[in-house]
Design a protein around this ligand. Structure first.
Ligand code: HEM
Ligand code: HEM
Length: 213
């Protein structure tokens, strides 16, 4: 019998789609800031200023969404809990190896889980660390034009460790890491949706998965 299970609570879905939208804006405006592809034809136009402004608004949204998701790792249900990302239980460690073997074509069937598979959880942990690195390098660059102790804490301190050119390069390169992740992520979500028939793709919109009892 097929049972509908409420897996992704509202904050998980909200932060997922806020991340998606803000990353889209950040990537387009960031690419523009780094290498402008539109030019003003009138002295009243301030395209660079508008792009930077949009980048900063999206950066605040992205940072707030990131913090909310970290909070929800402790306040949410068992599928959104921190131990789904850091495998500490025997069950999660076995699932991590089992799903890795499946993706390496060493196992025919993917080990069953209702929430994130072991390898998905570990990949998301890596991505959350990548997001954090993007936020810290972003606020390091931001602290050059926005003076204040808040920006120093969020990332400004990094400029006393690394040259600003290096920080800028890291900030830029991380965007490509995220882009590669998104391509693989959407492909795997779609693939597993067809392979498992759990309604995986729609679950990140509705919160529900269809699980065979
Ligand atoms: C997924 C998230 C993000 C992406 C993809 C992204 C992308 C980029 C890119 C491609 C650049 C241009 C770098 C270059 O000069 O070549 C840039 C610049 C910048 N980003 Fe981000 N960024 C993100 C998040 C953030 C965050 C959270 C902040 C925090 C405030 C931030 C602040 C900045 C600043 C201050 C600059 C330099 C702007 C300037 O020089 O006028 N970014 N970003
Ligand atoms: C910028 C683009 C995206 C990023 C950065 C991203 C990132 C993530 C992250 C971090 C999670 C874990 C959710 C959590 O526990 O908080 C997740 C889950 C998920 N995402 Fe995305 N995502 C993106 C776009 C998409 C798109 C376009 C789809 C397909 C419509 C999608 C489908 C899913 C699904 C189905 C899950 C849950 C499945 C699982 O357990 O792996 N994502 N995504």
């Amino acid at each position: 019998m097929i049972k509908r299970v409420y897996v992704w609570e509202f904050p998980v879905r909200l932060t997922h789609w806020l991340n998606f939208l803000s990353i889209l804006v950040l990537a387009v405006t960031g690419l523009y800031v780094g290498s402008p592809f539109l030019f003003a034809i009138h002295e009243d136009q301030f395209i660079m200023a508008q792009m930077r402004f949009a980048h900063f608004i999206a950066a605040y949204v992205f940072t707030a969404s990131f913090l909310l998701r970290i909070y929800w790792m402790f306040a949410g249900n068992r599928f959104s809990h921190w131990d789904q990302f850091i495998p500490v239980s025997r069950e999660r460690i076995e699932n991590l190896f089992g799903t890795t073997a499946y993706y390496c074509f060493l196992r025919e069937k993917c080990p069953h889980v209702i929430g994130h598979t072991g390898i998905a959880g570990a990949t998301y942990l890596f991505m959350f660390l990548v997001f954090l690195a993007e936020i810290i390098t972003g606020f390091a660059l931001y602290s050059q034009s926005h003076v204040g102790v808040t920006w120093t804490i969020w990332g400004g301190w990094l400029l006393s460790v690394l040259n600003v050119g290096v920080v800028r390069l890291i900030h830029h390169l991380i965007m490509y890491v995220i882009a590669v992740f998104v391509i693989v992520h959407v492909y795997i979500s779609w693939h597993n949706d067809i392979a498992e028939r759990t309604g995986l793709t729609s679950s990140i919109f509705s919160g529900y998965k269809s699980i065979e009892e």
